[in-house]
Design a protein around this ligand. Structure first.
Ligand SMILES: [Zn+2]
Length: 82
């Protein structure tokens, strides 16, 4: 199993509280021992803050447009790795 890919793929849902305890437990466990995914979690939290602000203006905080999400995510990643 690629733990990192699985954890990163579910991070956004985890942080939004969309995962049930059964699904989120292994991801939280992985996060606790993986610095790389902890970094990704930070990025994800920042992303959520930005997306939430953008979407309140746009229409609905619960449905960030994929393109906006991707654009912000790339810019955040670029900023942290620069
Ligand atoms: Zn990881």
């Amino acid at each position: 199993m690629s733990d990192c890919d699985g954890a990163k793929g579910k991070l956004y849902e985890l942080l939004r509280g969309e995962l049930c305890a059964e699904d989120s437990a292994p991801i939280r466990e992985h996060l606790a021992e993986c610095p790389e995914c902890q970094g990704e979690e930070d990025v994800c939290r920042q992303l959520m803050g930005v997306v939430k602000r953008a979407c309140i203006e746009e229409r609905d905080a619960n449905c960030p447009p994929e393109q906006l999400r991707d654009a912000i995510l790339s810019s955040l990643r670029g900023a942290t790795s620069a």
